[in-house]
Design a protein. Structure first.
Lengths: 1210, 305
């Protein structure tokens, strides 16, 4: 019996077109994404490299397979398994079937497993798409590895099979037991939500194990398993279900089978859903079969007045709208999706602004951004789903014939449904708003900014949803098939995700596209609103046209073939419809024209491909000037006039250029902003000017010949006057630097000298494609010519600096240096700043309506310029500056300035950056952090970031590395180290562990996604995961091994040797030499391992036991294993040959400190370890809790958590 | 029964033809003139009755021909037709989770009855007439087939319809309900046009003074049931035969119907004179007319073909 039904099910499914459509969808998506990753569409767009992981590597195959099994896979699974039993009810077949002598197991099992087999077959479309994609011509050979069938089979068996079985079982059970098709739809959405929630929990380092086990699809466990895999490993390692992943797979496979069993137990061959359900068809009251009802009373029907006309129609429209809206809001599925959404919001709310697991204050902007972002998925689902339900409402109830014959015009039902669905997002946004307010209040935050909620959610966000609603309804009407309509909408979502990669970049081309909008507490919505609304108006007019068209095509009557609909549409296309359509289309074209005029005529629009071409042209045309010797900028005196409200600025002033070469120079290369951004009013070399030999105003590349060569040692002035205009608006908002409140620009906007190698195309695969020679990311450490420049400038060393900045009268304008004078002139406010000693050619200008907080450290003035309302962490920042200044002056050397200024800027970017005596600091990384210092897990990052930036006054503004490998070690790593030491001093070593754990994790993740080559620390090529993350871990360990004082002495000595030096500039080799001098022979290997090699430990506590001794002490026996490997730049590992390393061994006890149980070391000692297993015994004074090797994770280890184990006391 | 008695008018269908996209020819040159009163449209399943009804009810387009209701051009002035139309489709559903009263009120609004007091009265009146008043608060999901059908007729009577179209209204009704339904229809049909489509001959003979027989999209006969029965008087003969004799009989005679009665087959044939001694003359019923006409038409097609 089972076998027959099973076989029939397969046979039946293989004859259904849907099966092939689903297969086709998966195949097409998989092929499309494979081709996209493979760079197949790069002829349409810019070339974006993908690094070294092969297109057909087991890792890539596994990732894509899992992504597609999730979406659209889950939806397809629900579409396959839902009807497996349900179709008997839909087709009213069940009375026939359920009275035939089939066994329950045969019926349910046959249907389930038959469907499972077919679903698994159609899932093979994913693998097939990938295989075909890899065979496509035009995929570069270096993106492909060898073809291995196992790469496709293993993910299929490990993920596709159990996941389809599990999710299939869920939907099968839901559909079979509820006998409602809708339940599977909602079930799939709820499942997706829960799944995404489980995923988001993974980011917290503390509960990864639990989260990865609980993730039903196993991708969390996969992530945990593979997160540190280097490109080489990703290319060859198969993801076998071992360890946590294996456990996860077994667990959920079991759950899936249990669900099938549950379904089996609960299922009854009865009419009702389950045996226990009450019989559905209760006897209705009144007349029933067989009972002779009383003869109807012959009541005369009252006369009625019927009214036809607009007033009546409008009244009907309102009423239908209300009924449709009520239908949606009362639907249990709507409520279920909203509840799921709220659960999701709760998860999102807990994550607000997390950095290092430390949250920010729930300021309204953050709350809105996070909550409305998280909720939009649900709005999409609800809109898509209910567009179908509403459009099909009468037909689903089979009331359509009556309805269609009613004396109402077509627009009444159409617009009432449309309006009802337009109101649905309003309700949803109200829910989001209420939730946001509750979130804020529940954490004691009372600055609610209701106006901002209203403007953001109902002014901006709602427009997007409304456009979406119109599209969804129009699609449902036009397509005239509910499920096809849903599918078309999914296609639209996919399309809008990938449009850019397919070469459609202009926002005039993507339905709903806009120029982007950014909110900042400092600048509000700024000047972004206008362009945003223009774009939305453009799309709204199209939406109106679409709606009018859909109204014409509205299906009324029983004929639904396209020809009849077209014919009817023609008949309905009367005066008002014509006028509305014409007006909407006319408006659409007119507004589109206006936008185009702004984005492409007033401004210059280039797609990513054209922009890339420009950099290629630059290199091809002017690369020959690469080595043309140039004078250096030695003095800067600029006037910057900021016009914040219109995003414009005038930059004029004078440089002094000196010939520091040994030969006379007659050719000066000016490297200026493109004429698309700036109008050059004056650019004059020397008193008499120079002859222009070459002028490329688009690229801003000018070659000038001096009338008389500039002799070695001589100087000449460069006078300039440039105007940054901001005409109209751009297609994508790029103008975030000069804004109404919170301007932040730097000297990149000023003239520069010489050919700029930084402007060259750097992506290796793009260079190859455009026929450019390979270019090292950074010059080699051994390249002595690279030492002629610092890594931040190629046309200056140290400059004398003065600047006058002017702005609107209610703002304060800042530049590095000390304020000399402040005055008002012509209604503008002027500030004159000057530096008393040379600085790097690296400075910024800021302007905003600031409040100020003043403090002092010795005789150094500390000022924080901040946005009123952002007072939360000013104290921490001030203390950060003070503690940093005192630590650095004590341990490294004197501070070269008399002032430290921290200057807030809008959160369009999230960083802090150190300029001489001035530190621009984004509002988003510290000003609104909510640090709970009583929570040992919270990292006081406002304090930390401040200390880091202050450290740059030494490590960057005194010691600056050459433009070679290792350059950023000397600034970033040393600043990390300095800040770490300041933080350790304040918070103690215990608190540092959390921070370092994040740093270690970030380093290991970073190296896993390296696209070119991982470098050892001393050769770091501006790789953030190395100079920040690895730098932190390594330097902290070094201080532990050598002693903080010794490290500081070496650093101080190094600083004295190289500070404020002229070229040739220092490299990491100089620093290493000083560190080596401070290091005893026994630890020299450590420097080699840490700086010169990529070293990874695999240390582990195999077993730890303890016995209580008669004297009350404990003897702890440990079996510890140690291993050290060296990795090459691609991630290939070789075990270290002679390992004899000093590694911490510790036994930890538990002690209650400030109400929290904390680990306290009972024993801690560095011991020598060789590779392999070591047995150790130590005696400790009190009861041990944990013990192990390298317990504080000083060394880089990919499984840091197995270093210690709980002690088993015997 | 209605306060405003509409002036007598007629529905005139001329040369109406329709072929569906899939090639089925549903209506072929249909010509009918339907006066006020009950009009029966009789035909077997798939004859084109519903196509014709839907076309009159503005739910479907015609390829050629015209329909006029008094001065109204039904095919082109759909809105005007809908204002005077009451339509009960052959198959329909309801919103299961609302009550008859609510749904009827909803329809009343959509029929343009904007005055809520009037609406309340007419809804209550119709529910009483259709004997649903007791259960008016019950959700429609719990209604039996007959109750649902009565709800359908209530809906069709809303407003002041001058043209009521009921498509196979008695299918699925028990005899008592059918009877009640007929009474209701008969009462309504006094002053306005009521078109009743059915495949049950009894419905027509009970109710209609005018009728048409339609098969394969063609009108085979129109007239007063009494007159058409009269025309066939003396030509219908009845005989009891054994099952085995039937095939031979079908060859010899123009058999219009065969029916089983107490294990024997009763055959009706049409013949100008008594075909044989074992044939008894019978008074023609409408059913005989119906079967005779359909059989004739089939034969004609056979001959033509």
């Amino acid at each position: 019996m089972f076998l027959q039904i099973f076989k029939f099910e397969i046979w039946y499914r293989l004859r259904r077109p849907a099966t092939y459509i689903y297969f086709g969808i998966l195949l097409a998506l998989s092929l499309l994404i494979t081709l996209m990753t493979g760079g197949f569409f790069e002829s349409l767009t810019a070339v974006v490299g993908v690094g070294k992981v092969h297109l057909n590597s087991p890792y890539t195959i596994n990732s894509l397979t899992n992504a597609l099994v999730l979406l659209p896979g889950i939806l397809l699974v629900s579409a396959m398994f839902g009807p497996a039993v349900l179709r008997d009810f839909d087709s009213q077949m069940h009375p026939l079937l359920y009275t035939s002598p089939i066994s329950k197991w045969g019926y349910l099992g046959g249907r389930f497993f038959g469907t499972l087999v077919v679903t698994l077959l159609l899932m093979s479309g994913i693998a097939l798409g990938q295989i075909i994609g890899a065979l496509f011509p035009g995929i570069p050979a270096d993106r492909l590895g060898p073809f291995q069938l196992s790469y496709y089979l293993v993910p299929y068996l490990t993920f596709v099979l159990p996941n389809v079985l599990l999710t299939g079982a869920i939907f099968f059970a839901l559909a079979t037991l509820t006998r409602q098709a809708l339940s599977t739809y909602v079930g799939s959405i709820v499942f997706l939500v829960l799944y995404i929630m489980a995923q988001s929990q993974l980011s917290d380092l503390d509960n990864q194990t639990v989260a990865s086990l609980l993730d039903p699809l196993g991708s969390g466990a996969t992530q945990l398993l593979t997160k540190y895999w280097t490109p080489v490993e990703k290319n060859v390692r198969l993801i076998w279900p071992t360890g946590l992943l294996g456990l996860n797979r077994l667990l959920w496979l079991g759950v899936g089978l249990l669900l099938v069993g549950f379904c089996y137990v609960r299922f009854r061959f009865e009419q009702g859903a389950t045996g226990s359900a009450a019989p559905r068809r209760a006897r209705p009251g009144g007349a029933a079969l067989g009972v002779v009802a009383p003869a109807p009373v012959a009541v005369a029907l009252p006369a009625v007045d019927q009214h036809f006309g607009f007033a009546q129609y409008f009244n009907q429209y309102l009423r239908l709208t209300w009924l449709s809206l009520r239908d949606v809001l009362r639907s249990p599925y709507f409520i279920a999706i909203v509840v799921a959404g709220l659960a999701f919001l709760l998860a999102a709310a807990l994550q607000i602004g997390k950095i290092f697991d430390t949250t920010t204050f729930p300021i309204t902007a953050q709350v809105i951004e996070i909550l409305s972002g998280s909720f939009s998925l649900f709005v999409l689902a609800i809109v898509t789903f209910y567009a179908g339900e509403l459009v099909w409402k009468e037909r689903d109830a089979r009331l359509n014939q009556m309805h269609d014959a009613l004396p109402i015009p077509n627009w009444v039902p159409f617009s009432s449904k449309l309006t009802a669905l337009l109101l649905v997002p309003v309700v949803l946004l109200l829910v989001v708003m209420m939730f946001g307010i509750i979130t804020q209040l529940s954490s004691g935050y009372t600055n609610l900014e209701i106006g901002l909620y209203v403007r953001w959610l109902f002014g901006l966000k709602l427009i997007d949803y409304w456009l979406l609603v119109v599209l969804a309804v129009v699609v449902q009407v036009v397509v005239n098939n509910k499920y096809l309509g849903h599918f078309v909408m999914v296609l639209y979502y996919v399309f809008s995700l990938f449009a850019g990669q397919l070469g459609l970049e202009h926002n005039l081309l993507i339905y709903g596209g806009d120029s982007g909008i950014r909110y900042s507490d400092m600048n509000g919505f700024g000047h972004f609103v206008g362009p945003y609304l223009w774009f939305k108006l453009y799309w709204a007019l199209l939406a109106v046209a679409l709606a009018v068209g859909a109204n014409l095509l509205w299906v009324r009557g029983t004929e639904t073939d396209w020809r009849t609909r077209q014919h009817l549409a023609g008949r309905r296309f009367s005066g008002p419809a014509r006028a509305a359509l014409a007006l909407a289309l006319l408006g659409f074209v007119a507004v589109g024209g206006w936008i185009f005029y702004n984005t492409n005529v007033l401004n210059h629009y280039r797609g990513s491909k054209a922009r890339q071409q420009l950099t290629v042209d630059y290199e091809k045309n002017y690369g020959r000037f690469r080595h043309t010797p140039q004078p250096r900028i030695v003095a800067v005196d600029v006037n910057v006039d900021l016009y914040p409200t219109r995003q414009e600025a005038r930059v004029r002033g004078q440089y002094w250029l000196r010939n520091k070469t040994g030969q006379p120079l007659d050719t000066i290369i000016l490297n200026l902003p493109s004429n698309e951004d700036v109008r050059i009013r004056k650019m004059q070399l020397g008193p008499g000017g120079a002859t222009t030999v070459l002028a490329d105003s688009l690229m801003g590349f000018y070659v000038q010949r001096l009338p008389r060569p500039l002799a070695p040692g001589d100087s000449l002035p460069l006078a300039f006057d440039m105007y940054y205009a901001a005409p109209g608006f751009e297609q994508s908002t790029g103008r975030t630097s000069i804004v109404a409140n919170g301007t932040f620009i730097n000297n990149g906007n000023l003239p520069h000298l010489g050919y700029s190698e930084n402007a060259e195309l750097s992506e290796p695969s793009a260079r190859k494609k455009f026929g450019l020679k390979p270019k090292p990311r950074v010059a080699r450490l051994e390249d002595t010519t690279a030492r002629a420049n610092t890594y931040i400038a190629s046309d200056a060393d140290w400059v004398r600096f003065a600047a006058t900045v002017s702005t609107v009268p209610d703002q304060i304008a800042l530049a590095p240096g000390y304020l000399q004078k402040e005055w008002t002139e012509n209604g503008r406010r002027y500030f004159r700043y000057a530096m008393d000693a040379p600085i790097l050619d690296f400075y910024s200008f800021q302007s905003a309506r600031y409040a100020e907080r003043h403090a002092k450290w010795n005789d150094v003035d500390i000022t924080i310029y901040y946005q009123p309302g952002h007072e939360y962490n000013l104290g921490r920042m001030v203390r950060g500056v003070q503690d940093a200044l005192s630590y650095y002056t004590k341990n490294f050397g004197p501070y070269q300035h008399r002032q430290v200024r921290i200057v807030e800027f809008p959160g369009y970017s999230a960083f802090a950056q150190a300029f001489p005596n001035t530190i621009p600091f984004s509002e988003n990384i510290g000003f609104i952090a909510k640090v709970d210092t009583t929570d040992p897990k919270d990292v006081d990052y406002p304090y930390y970031v401040t200390a880091h930036e202050v450290a740059h006054q030494w490590w960057a503004h005194q010691v600056i590395g050459a433009a070679a490998q290792g350059g950023t070690l000397l600034s970033e790593t040393l600043s990390q180290y300095s800040a770490l030491m300041v933080m350790k001093q304040k918070y103690g070593p215990e608190r540092m562990r959390k921070f370092l754990k994040y740093e270690l994790d970030a380093y290991l993740r970073g190296r896993a996604t390296e696209r070119i080559a991982e470098q050892p620390l001393y050769r770091v090529e501006n790789q953030q995961y190395i100079h920040y993350r690895k730098g932190s871990v390594v330097m902290y360990a070094l201080a532990n091994y050598l002693g903080e004082d010794k490290v500081n002495q070496a650093l101080s000595q190094y600083l004295q040797e190289v500070k404020f030096q002229q070229p040739p500039y220092t490299t990491s080799l100089d620093l290493l030499r000083d560190l080596r001098q401070a290091t005893p022979d026994s630890l020299q290997y450590l420097l080699t391992d840490m700086f010169e090699r990529i070293t990874l430990y695999e240390n582990k506590a195999d077993s730890v036991t303890a016995r209580k001794l008669p004297d009350g002490r404990y003897r702890v026996d440990m079996v510890l294993s140690a291993k050290k490997v060296y990795a090459d730049s691609a991630g290939n590992e070789t075990p270290a040959k002679r390992m004899n390393d000093l590694i911490d061994v510790a036994v930890l006890g538990q002690q209650k400190i400030n109400g929290n149980w904390q680990d306290v070391p009972l024993y801690r000692q560095k011991r020598r370890f060789r590779a392999g297993t070591t047995r150790l015994s130590v005696i400790v004074p009190s009861k041990p809790a944990k013990a192990g090797i390298d317990p504080y994770n000083l060394l880089i280890d990919r499984t840091p958590d197995d270093n210690v184990k709980a002690v088993v006391v015997k | 029964m209605f306060a405003k008695t509409p002036i007598p008018m007629e529905l005139r269908i001329e040369h109406l033809s329709k072929t569906y996209a899939n090639g089925t020819q549903a209506l072929r040159d249909v010509n009918l003139t339907i006066p006020t009163g009950m009009f029966g449209l009789l035909g077997p399943n798939g004859a084109g009755k519903s196509s014709l009804m839907r076309t009159i009810s503005t739910l479907q387009e015609a390829d050629s021909g015209s329909i006029r209701l008094g001065d109204l051009d039904v095919l082109h002035d759909k809105d005007a037709v809908r204002r005077v139309l009451g339509y009960l489709p052959q198959e329909f559903g309801v919103y299961p989770k609302i009550s008859a009263e609510q749904l009827l009120d909803h329809f009343a609004v959509l029929k343009g009855i904007s005055d809520s007091r009037q609406r309340r009265e007419v809804v209550a009146g119709l529910l009483q007439r259709t004997n649903l008043y007791e259960v008016r608060k019950k959700n429609l999901g719990g209604y039996s087939g007959g109750m649902k059908q009565r709800f359908g007729i209530a809906q069709a009577l809303l407003g002041n319809p001058r043209l009521i179209i009921v498509d196979e209204p008695t299918a699925g009704l028990d005899p008592a309900e059918r009877n009640r339904f007929h009474n209701l229809l008969a009462e309504i049909g006094e002053n306005i046009i009521v078109i009743l489509s059915t495949h049950i001959v009894g419905d027509v003979s009970d109710l209609c003074r005018n009728m048409a027989i339609i098969n394969k999209g063609q009108v085979l006969l129109t007239g007063d049931p009494l007159v058409v029965m009269q025309e066939l008087r003396g030509q219908v003969w009845r005989r009891e035969v054994d099952k085995e004799q039937l095939p031979a009989l079908l060859q010899e005679q123009q058999v219009i119907s065969t029916r089983l009665f107490a294990g024997r087959t009763i055959v009706h044939v049409v013949a100008p004179t008594q075909p044989g001694s074992d044939y008894d003359a019978v008074e023609p019923t409408l059913e005989d007319v119906y079967f005779a006409r359909i059989a004739q038409a089939e034969q004609a097609v056979g001959v033509e073909g």
